[in-house]
Design a protein around this ligand. Structure first.
Ligand code: PMP
Length: 404
Protein backbone atom coordinates (compact mmCIF):
# COMPACT_ATOMS: atom_id res chain seq x y z
CA UNK A 1 0.00 0.00 0.00
CA UNK A 2 1.08 3.56 -0.73
CA UNK A 3 2.31 5.70 2.19
CA UNK A 4 0.22 8.81 2.91
CA UNK A 5 1.56 11.74 0.86
CA UNK A 6 1.23 14.74 3.19
CA UNK A 7 2.73 17.12 0.63
CA UNK A 8 0.21 16.13 -2.05
CA UNK A 9 -2.66 16.43 0.44
CA UNK A 10 -1.53 19.92 1.50
CA UNK A 11 -1.15 20.98 -2.14
CA UNK A 12 -4.68 19.81 -2.86
CA UNK A 13 -6.04 21.86 0.05
CA UNK A 14 -3.84 24.83 -0.90
CA UNK A 15 -5.23 25.26 -4.43
CA UNK A 16 -8.65 25.94 -2.90
CA UNK A 17 -7.56 28.70 -0.52
CA UNK A 18 -4.28 30.09 -1.90
CA UNK A 19 -3.88 31.74 -5.34
CA UNK A 20 -2.36 29.13 -7.65
CA UNK A 21 -1.74 26.89 -4.64
CA UNK A 22 1.31 29.00 -3.87
CA UNK A 23 2.55 32.41 -5.03
CA UNK A 24 5.99 33.69 -5.90
CA UNK A 25 9.43 32.13 -5.92
CA UNK A 26 8.63 29.27 -3.55
CA UNK A 27 5.88 27.81 -5.74
CA UNK A 28 7.12 24.24 -6.32
CA UNK A 29 5.35 24.27 -9.70
CA UNK A 30 8.31 26.39 -10.86
CA UNK A 31 10.55 23.36 -10.22
CA UNK A 32 10.60 20.03 -12.07
CA UNK A 33 7.78 17.72 -10.89
CA UNK A 34 8.88 15.77 -7.83
CA UNK A 35 10.05 18.62 -5.60
CA UNK A 36 8.14 18.99 -2.33
CA UNK A 37 6.16 22.17 -1.66
CA UNK A 38 5.95 22.01 2.13
CA UNK A 39 8.62 21.74 4.84
CA UNK A 40 8.31 20.81 8.49
CA UNK A 41 11.71 21.25 10.09
CA UNK A 42 15.45 21.53 9.88
CA UNK A 43 18.68 21.32 11.83
CA UNK A 44 22.13 22.35 10.67
CA UNK A 45 22.51 21.89 6.93
CA UNK A 46 19.47 19.59 6.68
CA UNK A 47 15.82 20.39 6.12
CA UNK A 48 12.85 18.03 6.27
CA UNK A 49 9.80 18.11 4.00
CA UNK A 50 6.20 17.56 5.13
CA UNK A 51 6.56 13.85 4.38
CA UNK A 52 9.49 13.61 6.78
CA UNK A 53 12.14 13.22 4.06
CA UNK A 54 15.43 14.86 5.00
CA UNK A 55 17.72 16.67 2.55
CA UNK A 56 21.22 18.07 2.64
CA UNK A 57 19.98 21.52 1.74
CA UNK A 58 21.86 23.66 -0.81
CA UNK A 59 19.13 26.33 -0.97
CA UNK A 60 19.31 27.33 2.72
CA UNK A 61 15.72 28.65 2.67
CA UNK A 62 16.72 30.62 -0.49
CA UNK A 63 19.57 32.28 1.39
CA UNK A 64 18.43 33.25 4.90
CA UNK A 65 19.98 30.22 6.59
CA UNK A 66 23.73 30.89 6.89
CA UNK A 67 24.86 29.29 10.18
CA UNK A 68 22.56 26.26 10.04
CA UNK A 69 18.85 25.74 10.67
CA UNK A 70 18.03 26.15 14.38
CA UNK A 71 21.55 27.34 15.17
CA UNK A 72 21.80 27.04 18.99
CA UNK A 73 23.51 30.41 19.57
CA UNK A 74 21.04 32.32 17.41
CA UNK A 75 18.06 30.47 18.88
CA UNK A 76 19.25 31.18 22.42
CA UNK A 77 19.56 34.91 21.68
CA UNK A 78 16.12 34.90 20.04
CA UNK A 79 14.56 33.01 22.96
CA UNK A 80 16.05 35.46 25.46
CA UNK A 81 14.57 38.38 23.54
CA UNK A 82 11.24 36.59 23.13
CA UNK A 83 11.04 36.29 26.91
CA UNK A 84 11.68 40.02 27.23
CA UNK A 85 9.27 40.88 24.41
CA UNK A 86 9.29 41.44 20.67
CA UNK A 87 7.18 44.46 19.68
CA UNK A 88 6.42 47.56 21.76
CA UNK A 89 5.58 51.24 21.26
CA UNK A 90 9.18 51.75 20.26
CA UNK A 91 12.19 49.59 19.43
CA UNK A 92 14.10 47.58 22.01
CA UNK A 93 17.74 48.32 22.98
CA UNK A 94 18.72 45.64 20.43
CA UNK A 95 18.19 48.24 17.66
CA UNK A 96 21.06 50.43 18.82
CA UNK A 97 23.28 47.45 19.62
CA UNK A 98 22.70 45.98 16.16
CA UNK A 99 23.26 49.29 14.35
CA UNK A 100 26.52 49.79 16.29
CA UNK A 101 27.66 46.29 15.37
CA UNK A 102 26.81 46.79 11.68
CA UNK A 103 28.61 50.16 11.54
CA UNK A 104 31.63 48.40 13.04
CA UNK A 105 31.54 45.45 10.61
CA UNK A 106 30.59 47.21 7.34
CA UNK A 107 33.27 49.74 6.27
CA UNK A 108 31.02 51.98 4.14
CA UNK A 109 28.31 52.15 6.83
CA UNK A 110 28.00 55.25 9.01
CA UNK A 111 24.41 54.33 9.85
CA UNK A 112 21.89 51.52 9.41
CA UNK A 113 18.12 51.28 9.31
CA UNK A 114 16.06 48.12 9.45
CA UNK A 115 12.98 46.67 7.80
CA UNK A 116 11.73 43.18 6.96
CA UNK A 117 12.21 42.16 3.32
CA UNK A 118 14.89 42.71 0.73
CA UNK A 119 12.40 44.69 -1.35
CA UNK A 120 11.88 47.10 1.57
CA UNK A 121 15.62 47.70 1.61
CA UNK A 122 16.21 48.09 -2.15
CA UNK A 123 13.23 50.45 -2.34
CA UNK A 124 14.45 52.53 0.61
CA UNK A 125 17.90 52.79 -1.03
CA UNK A 126 16.37 54.15 -4.24
CA UNK A 127 14.09 56.55 -2.32
CA UNK A 128 17.01 57.77 -0.21
CA UNK A 129 19.15 58.34 -3.32
CA UNK A 130 16.36 60.36 -4.94
CA UNK A 131 15.75 62.35 -1.77
CA UNK A 132 19.46 63.07 -1.39
CA UNK A 133 20.10 64.10 -5.00
CA UNK A 134 16.75 65.65 -5.90
CA UNK A 135 16.89 63.60 -9.14
CA UNK A 136 14.78 60.81 -10.64
CA UNK A 137 16.72 58.35 -12.83
CA UNK A 138 18.10 55.02 -11.60
CA UNK A 139 20.37 52.80 -13.71
CA UNK A 140 19.43 49.11 -13.39
CA UNK A 141 21.18 46.13 -15.03
CA UNK A 142 19.17 44.17 -17.60
CA UNK A 143 17.94 40.89 -16.09
CA UNK A 144 18.83 41.77 -12.49
CA UNK A 145 16.36 41.03 -9.68
CA UNK A 146 15.79 43.68 -7.03
CA UNK A 147 12.44 42.72 -5.53
CA UNK A 148 8.76 42.18 -5.98
CA UNK A 149 6.87 45.47 -6.08
CA UNK A 150 5.84 47.41 -9.18
CA UNK A 151 9.08 49.35 -9.75
CA UNK A 152 11.17 46.15 -9.88
CA UNK A 153 9.06 42.98 -10.13
CA UNK A 154 9.92 40.73 -13.11
CA UNK A 155 6.20 40.31 -13.89
CA UNK A 156 4.32 43.02 -15.78
CA UNK A 157 0.90 41.96 -14.47
CA UNK A 158 -0.67 44.82 -12.54
CA UNK A 159 2.29 47.10 -13.27
CA UNK A 160 2.07 50.41 -15.14
CA UNK A 161 4.71 51.92 -17.41
CA UNK A 162 4.80 54.87 -15.04
CA UNK A 163 5.97 52.59 -12.21
CA UNK A 164 9.25 52.09 -14.12
CA UNK A 165 9.36 55.38 -15.99
CA UNK A 166 12.66 56.45 -14.41
CA UNK A 167 14.63 53.21 -14.71
CA UNK A 168 17.39 53.14 -17.32
CA UNK A 169 18.90 49.79 -18.36
CA UNK A 170 22.58 48.91 -18.72
CA UNK A 171 24.48 45.62 -19.04
CA UNK A 172 26.28 44.29 -15.96
CA UNK A 173 30.10 44.31 -16.26
CA UNK A 174 29.84 46.46 -19.42
CA UNK A 175 31.50 49.79 -18.65
CA UNK A 176 30.52 51.38 -21.97
CA UNK A 177 26.84 50.58 -21.53
CA UNK A 178 26.93 51.98 -17.99
CA UNK A 179 28.62 55.16 -19.18
CA UNK A 180 26.12 55.57 -22.03
CA UNK A 181 23.16 54.98 -19.72
CA UNK A 182 24.43 57.62 -17.28
CA UNK A 183 25.13 60.08 -20.10
CA UNK A 184 21.61 59.58 -21.50
CA UNK A 185 20.07 61.01 -18.31
CA UNK A 186 22.75 63.57 -17.47
CA UNK A 187 21.53 66.05 -14.88
CA UNK A 188 18.75 63.74 -13.66
CA UNK A 189 20.74 60.74 -12.38
CA UNK A 190 19.89 59.75 -8.80
CA UNK A 191 21.58 56.36 -8.55
CA UNK A 192 23.41 53.45 -10.11
CA UNK A 193 21.99 50.20 -8.76
CA UNK A 194 24.23 47.13 -8.98
CA UNK A 195 23.81 43.54 -7.81
CA UNK A 196 26.62 42.16 -5.65
CA UNK A 197 27.48 39.99 -8.64
CA UNK A 198 25.60 38.97 -11.77
CA UNK A 199 23.27 36.24 -10.49
CA UNK A 200 20.39 36.28 -12.97
CA UNK A 201 18.04 33.29 -12.91
CA UNK A 202 19.08 30.45 -15.21
CA UNK A 203 22.27 32.18 -16.35
CA UNK A 204 25.93 31.70 -15.56
CA UNK A 205 26.88 33.76 -12.52
CA UNK A 206 29.68 36.29 -12.94
CA UNK A 207 31.58 38.34 -10.36
CA UNK A 208 31.93 42.07 -11.02
CA UNK A 209 35.16 42.89 -12.83
CA UNK A 210 37.28 45.38 -10.97
CA UNK A 211 37.10 47.68 -14.04
CA UNK A 212 33.29 47.62 -13.88
CA UNK A 213 33.15 48.20 -10.12
CA UNK A 214 35.60 51.09 -10.33
CA UNK A 215 33.72 52.58 -13.27
CA UNK A 216 30.43 52.38 -11.36
CA UNK A 217 32.01 54.33 -8.49
CA UNK A 218 33.65 56.85 -10.83
CA UNK A 219 30.48 57.44 -12.91
CA UNK A 220 28.30 57.81 -9.79
CA UNK A 221 30.76 60.38 -8.41
CA UNK A 222 31.09 62.26 -11.71
CA UNK A 223 27.30 62.61 -11.87
CA UNK A 224 27.00 63.30 -8.13
CA UNK A 225 24.68 60.26 -7.88
CA UNK A 226 24.52 57.41 -5.37
CA UNK A 227 26.14 54.02 -5.90
CA UNK A 228 23.80 51.37 -4.45
CA UNK A 229 24.83 47.71 -4.01
CA UNK A 230 21.94 45.25 -3.77
CA UNK A 231 23.49 42.82 -1.30
CA UNK A 232 20.19 41.16 -0.40
CA UNK A 233 21.17 37.77 -1.81
CA UNK A 234 24.94 37.80 -1.27
CA UNK A 235 25.23 39.79 1.97
CA UNK A 236 27.58 38.21 4.58
CA UNK A 237 28.49 35.32 2.23
CA UNK A 238 31.30 36.96 0.21
CA UNK A 239 32.59 39.40 2.81
CA UNK A 240 31.17 40.49 6.16
CA UNK A 241 31.89 44.09 5.18
CA UNK A 242 29.70 43.92 2.07
CA UNK A 243 30.19 42.08 -1.21
CA UNK A 244 31.96 44.86 -3.09
CA UNK A 245 34.78 44.80 -0.51
CA UNK A 246 36.13 41.93 -2.63
CA UNK A 247 36.59 44.34 -5.56
CA UNK A 248 37.69 47.21 -3.33
CA UNK A 249 34.78 49.54 -4.10
CA UNK A 250 32.54 51.06 -1.43
CA UNK A 251 28.93 51.99 -2.22
CA UNK A 252 27.03 54.92 -0.72
CA UNK A 253 24.07 52.70 0.12
CA UNK A 254 23.53 48.95 0.42
CA UNK A 255 20.41 46.83 0.70
CA UNK A 256 20.57 43.66 2.82
CA UNK A 257 18.20 40.95 4.03
CA UNK A 258 18.15 37.16 3.64
CA UNK A 259 21.05 35.91 5.79
CA UNK A 260 21.46 38.79 8.25
CA UNK A 261 19.38 37.15 11.02
CA UNK A 262 19.89 33.47 10.09
CA UNK A 263 16.29 33.02 8.99
CA UNK A 264 14.46 35.58 11.11
CA UNK A 265 12.64 38.29 9.14
CA UNK A 266 14.97 41.27 8.90
CA UNK A 267 16.27 43.62 6.22
CA UNK A 268 18.62 46.56 6.44
CA UNK A 269 19.91 49.60 4.61
CA UNK A 270 23.45 50.71 5.32
CA UNK A 271 24.63 54.12 4.21
CA UNK A 272 27.41 56.66 4.47
CA UNK A 273 27.30 60.17 5.89
CA UNK A 274 26.64 61.67 2.48
CA UNK A 275 23.14 60.14 2.58
CA UNK A 276 22.43 60.39 6.32
CA UNK A 277 20.29 63.49 5.97
CA UNK A 278 18.35 62.03 3.02
CA UNK A 279 17.68 58.87 5.02
CA UNK A 280 16.41 61.08 7.82
CA UNK A 281 14.00 62.90 5.48
CA UNK A 282 12.31 59.97 3.72
CA UNK A 283 9.36 58.29 5.42
CA UNK A 284 9.97 54.57 5.55
CA UNK A 285 8.53 52.34 8.25
CA UNK A 286 6.44 49.27 9.07
CA UNK A 287 4.58 47.83 12.04
CA UNK A 288 7.03 44.98 12.52
CA UNK A 289 10.28 46.63 11.41
CA UNK A 290 11.40 47.35 14.98
CA UNK A 291 10.67 43.89 16.42
CA UNK A 292 13.38 42.83 18.84
CA UNK A 293 13.61 39.06 18.31
CA UNK A 294 14.90 39.33 14.73
CA UNK A 295 17.42 41.96 15.83
CA UNK A 296 18.67 39.80 18.69
CA UNK A 297 19.01 36.94 16.18
CA UNK A 298 20.93 39.24 13.84
CA UNK A 299 23.38 40.34 16.56
CA UNK A 300 24.02 36.68 17.39
CA UNK A 301 24.37 35.80 13.69
CA UNK A 302 26.90 38.53 12.88
CA UNK A 303 28.85 37.88 16.08
CA UNK A 304 29.11 34.17 15.33
CA UNK A 305 29.96 34.65 11.64
CA UNK A 306 32.84 36.86 12.77
CA UNK A 307 33.95 34.49 15.50
CA UNK A 308 34.02 31.33 13.36
CA UNK A 309 35.27 33.11 10.20
CA UNK A 310 32.08 32.03 8.46
CA UNK A 311 32.93 33.45 5.03
CA UNK A 312 36.16 31.43 4.80
CA UNK A 313 34.33 28.28 5.97
CA UNK A 314 31.58 28.65 3.36
CA UNK A 315 34.13 29.39 0.64
CA UNK A 316 36.19 26.32 1.59
CA UNK A 317 33.15 24.06 1.59
CA UNK A 318 32.01 25.49 -1.75
CA UNK A 319 35.44 24.90 -3.29
CA UNK A 320 35.49 21.31 -2.02
CA UNK A 321 32.07 20.71 -3.56
CA UNK A 322 33.01 22.42 -6.83
CA UNK A 323 36.22 20.44 -7.29
CA UNK A 324 34.51 17.17 -6.41
CA UNK A 325 31.62 17.76 -8.80
CA UNK A 326 33.96 18.78 -11.61
CA UNK A 327 35.99 15.59 -11.22
CA UNK A 328 32.81 13.51 -11.31
CA UNK A 329 31.39 15.38 -14.33
CA UNK A 330 34.69 14.79 -16.16
CA UNK A 331 34.71 11.12 -15.16
CA UNK A 332 31.21 10.56 -16.59
CA UNK A 333 31.70 12.90 -19.55
CA UNK A 334 28.92 15.34 -18.63
CA UNK A 335 29.10 19.04 -19.61
CA UNK A 336 28.57 20.50 -16.13
CA UNK A 337 29.16 24.25 -16.02
CA UNK A 338 29.59 25.56 -12.49
CA UNK A 339 29.72 29.30 -11.93
CA UNK A 340 29.36 31.96 -9.26
CA UNK A 341 31.39 32.34 -6.10
CA UNK A 342 32.07 28.94 -4.48
CA UNK A 343 29.72 29.72 -1.59
CA UNK A 344 26.90 30.79 -3.97
CA UNK A 345 27.09 28.49 -6.99
CA UNK A 346 24.75 27.76 -9.87
CA UNK A 347 24.99 24.46 -11.76
CA UNK A 348 24.10 24.52 -15.45
CA UNK A 349 24.90 22.11 -18.28
CA UNK A 350 26.30 23.13 -21.68
CA UNK A 351 23.87 22.70 -24.56
CA UNK A 352 20.99 22.06 -22.14
CA UNK A 353 18.57 24.53 -23.71
CA UNK A 354 15.47 22.66 -22.54
CA UNK A 355 17.03 22.06 -19.10
CA UNK A 356 16.38 18.32 -19.37
CA UNK A 357 19.87 17.36 -18.18
CA UNK A 358 19.92 19.90 -15.34
CA UNK A 359 16.46 18.88 -14.22
CA UNK A 360 17.38 15.18 -14.24
CA UNK A 361 20.56 15.92 -12.30
CA UNK A 362 18.56 17.76 -9.63
CA UNK A 363 15.75 15.18 -9.46
CA UNK A 364 18.18 12.27 -9.11
CA UNK A 365 19.95 14.19 -6.32
CA UNK A 366 16.62 14.99 -4.65
CA UNK A 367 15.63 11.31 -4.71
CA UNK A 368 18.89 10.53 -2.87
CA UNK A 369 18.46 13.26 -0.25
CA UNK A 370 20.32 16.25 -1.70
CA UNK A 371 18.33 19.42 -2.44
CA UNK A 372 19.79 21.43 -5.36
CA UNK A 373 18.06 24.01 -7.56
CA UNK A 374 18.31 23.65 -11.35
CA UNK A 375 18.48 27.36 -12.27
CA UNK A 376 18.72 29.64 -9.22
CA UNK A 377 21.71 30.68 -7.15
CA UNK A 378 22.37 28.08 -4.44
CA UNK A 379 23.83 28.71 -1.01
CA UNK A 380 26.45 27.08 1.20
CA UNK A 381 26.27 27.65 4.96
CA UNK A 382 28.67 27.32 7.87
CA UNK A 383 26.86 24.05 8.68
CA UNK A 384 28.05 22.55 5.38
CA UNK A 385 31.17 20.99 6.85
CA UNK A 386 33.77 19.01 4.90
CA UNK A 387 32.11 15.79 6.11
CA UNK A 388 28.78 17.00 4.69
CA UNK A 389 30.41 17.91 1.38
CA UNK A 390 32.00 14.44 1.19
CA UNK A 391 28.63 12.82 1.96
CA UNK A 392 27.10 14.95 -0.81
CA UNK A 393 29.82 13.94 -3.25
CA UNK A 394 29.22 10.24 -2.59
CA UNK A 395 25.61 10.83 -3.57
CA UNK A 396 26.38 12.98 -6.62
CA UNK A 397 28.71 10.26 -7.93
CA UNK A 398 25.65 8.01 -8.11
CA UNK A 399 23.64 10.87 -9.62
CA UNK A 400 26.12 11.46 -12.46
CA UNK A 401 26.30 7.72 -13.08
CA UNK A 402 22.48 7.55 -13.30
CA UNK A 403 22.17 10.38 -15.84
CA UNK A 404 25.32 9.69 -17.92
N1 PMP B 1 17.44 41.69 -4.32
C1 PMP B 1 18.01 40.49 -4.54
C2 PMP B 1 19.36 40.43 -5.18
C3 PMP B 1 17.34 39.32 -4.17
O1 PMP B 1 17.91 38.13 -4.38
C4 PMP B 1 16.08 39.42 -3.55
C5 PMP B 1 15.33 38.19 -3.09
N2 PMP B 1 15.48 37.06 -3.87
C6 PMP B 1 15.53 40.70 -3.36
C7 PMP B 1 16.24 41.80 -3.74
C8 PMP B 1 14.18 40.88 -2.74
O2 PMP B 1 14.17 40.42 -1.42
P1 PMP B 1 12.81 39.98 -0.73
O3 PMP B 1 12.29 38.81 -1.49
O4 PMP B 1 13.19 39.65 0.66
O5 PMP B 1 11.89 41.16 -0.79
Amino acid sequence: SQAFDADAALKERAVRVIPGGMWGHQNSARLPAGYPQFFSGGEGCRSRDANGRSYIDYMCAWGPMILGYADPDVEEAAARQRAEGDGFNGPTPRLVELAELVVDVVPHADWALFSKNGTDATTACVTTARAGTGRRKVLVARGAYHGAIPWCTPSVAGVTEEDRAHLVPYDYNDVESLEAAAESVKGDLAAILVSAFKHDLGKEHVLPTSAFAQAARRIADAHDAALIVDDVRAGFRLDLGGSWEVVGVRPDLSAWSKAIANGRALAMVTGNDRFREAATKIYTTGSFWTAGVAMAASIATITKLRHVDGVAKMWGAGERLRKGLQAQADKYGLPLKQSGPAQMPVFLFDGDGDRSLGNRFCLEALARGVYFHPTHTMFLSVAHTDAVIDETLEITDEVFKAIA
